[in-house]
Design a protein around this ligand. Structure first.
Ligand SMILES: Cc1cc2nc3c(=O)[nH]c(=O)nc-3n(C[C@H](O)[C@H](O)[C@H](O)COP(=O)(O)O)c2cc1C
Length: 400
């Protein structure tokens, strides 16, 4: 599965809220991801951001008026509605949500929405009191029942100075929702998937730990891709700076033992496990309870083995499909195949982390997928999102 957004027609509706300026970032990112974007603005939205911004970003005219939206003999709102693969309203005011719930079509944006066969998705943004009003919540409920999509707003400091729910969702989250609605491949529907991601922290004392350079990007990409394809995902993550994928159940863990205990609690109820976390093999035997002072010239730490999560899952597995990840700096094939056999895995992705351009921390990856009893499939260098889909394609081909 390729980048879902490439070549897709996204109609972006912008309504009159302070967060309208964030729609510029959204537009620019969608275009960079290969989507074609056309923009409709309400008259109120043009008071916040000038249409010229969107005209320049999209290299398209911006549509503003029901009676001025035609380029030829076509009826503007109908042709825009037919053109769109998805209608995204970001930010969505309380007003547009109310109008949609009541079937009002009194400007180009609301009229186009009523003419739309493709899905409409709202990203609400407003003051927290407005967002909590029963009428607004009732409108959202009604629209959801009718099949409209909603991207929940975030919590935090709002432009008006209040704190609470109502902040426009982060652009990255909005893009994940758009991808979710556009992805038609739902071959993982009904599957429960456990993904581990990121590094672990093995404490030396209260302020120091042993870790590795894993960023968590590969595991988070696998989790996001499984969700796009319809799976229910539990993401057990070590410490990372990443925004978790939408709709994942996230369990934050710290050390290898913490991750081990969390994974074992979930394992029995899942069908598939992607173990992408870079779990420390060793931990400090005795963690100091106070900060270690630099009194001596050298410090010797005694390390003891951590439990091997993947090996334990291999012993316990019944119906579960187990996919391991092996980060290697040398002799990739031998090490990966060795682990496939000795840990009772079904697949293992051998990752060469010796190169700077792929692997740990990078947005790119390449590797070889070894398949139990079958051989191997090389996966060339590509971004981690596409890489995740390629691995899942290979796994799904063999289990369904
Ligand atoms: C400075 C300012 C900020 C506003 N911010 C929001 C907002 O974030 N969310 C919202 O629902 N309405 C907001 N409003 C109110 C809307 O602009 C108003 O309801 C308007 O009628 C919305 O029109 P539209 O939905 O057609 O764009 C704001 C108004 C002003 C003057």
């Amino acid at each position: 599965m390729d980048n879902i957004l490439r070549g897709k027609n996204i109609l972006l509706g912008i309504t009159g809220g302070i967060a309208a300026y964030k729609a510029a970032d959204l537009t620019s990112k969608l275009i960079r991801l290969g989507a074609k974007v056309k923009v409709i603005m309400t008259p109120s939205a043009t008071k916040f951001v000038h249409p010229l911004t969107f005209q320049s970003l999209t290299e398209n005219r911006v549509y503003l008026d029901v009676f001025g939206a035609t380029e030829t003999y076509e009826i503007g709102h109908i042709s825009l509605a037919k053109w769109a693969d998805l209608f995204v309203i970001a930010p969505a005011t309380a007003n547009i949500i109310g109008k949609a719930a009541a079937g009002i079509a009194d400007d180009l944006l609301s009229t186009t929405m009523l003419s739309m066969e493709a899905k409409t998705v709202f990203a609400p943004a407003m003051n927290t009191v407005m967002y909590g009003k029963p009428v607004l919540q009732d409108n959202i409920k009604k629209l959801k029942e009718w099949g409209f999509g909603f991207i929940p707003p975030g919590k935090g400091r709002l432009a008006c100075g209040d704190w609470g729910e109502g902040k426009l969702a982060d652009v990255g989250i909005i893009i994940q929702h758009i991808e979710y609605h556009l992805s038609s491949k739902k071959d993982m529907e009904g599957l429960k998937v456990l993904v581990t991601a990121g590094p672990t922290h093995e404490a030396i004392d209260p302020v120091r730990y042993i870790t590795n350079p894993s960023s968590g990007k590969m595991g988070y990409s696998i989790a996001a891709s499984c969700i796009m394809r319809g799976a229910e995902v539990d993401l057990v993550t070590g410490p990372t700076n990443l925004e978790p994928p939408i709709n994942a159940r996230v369990y934050k863990t710290d050390s290898a033992i913490d991750m081990y205990n969390t994974v074992l609690k979930i394992f029995d109820r899942v069908d598939m496990v992607f173990m992408t976390a870079a779990v420390a093999d060793y931990r400090v035997k005795e963690t100091a309870s106070k900060k270690i002072k630099k009194t001596d010239d050298s410090l010797i730490l005694e390390l003891v083995r951590n439990p091997d999560i993947l090996r334990e899952l291999g012993k316990r597995k019944r119906r579960q499909v187990l996919i391991g990840f092996a980060a290697e700096t040398h002799d990739l094939e031998n090490h990966a195949i060795g682990k496939l056999e000795s840990k009772n895995l079904d697949f293992i992705l051998g990752n060469d982390v010796s190169s700077d351009e792929s692997g740990f921390g990078s947005d790119l990856n390449r590797g070889v997928l070894f398949i139990r009893g079958e051989g191997s499939v090389p996966i060339p260098m590509m971004n981690k999102k596409e890489f995740a889909h390629r691995i899942i394609d290979e796994v799904m081909k063999r289990i369904r």
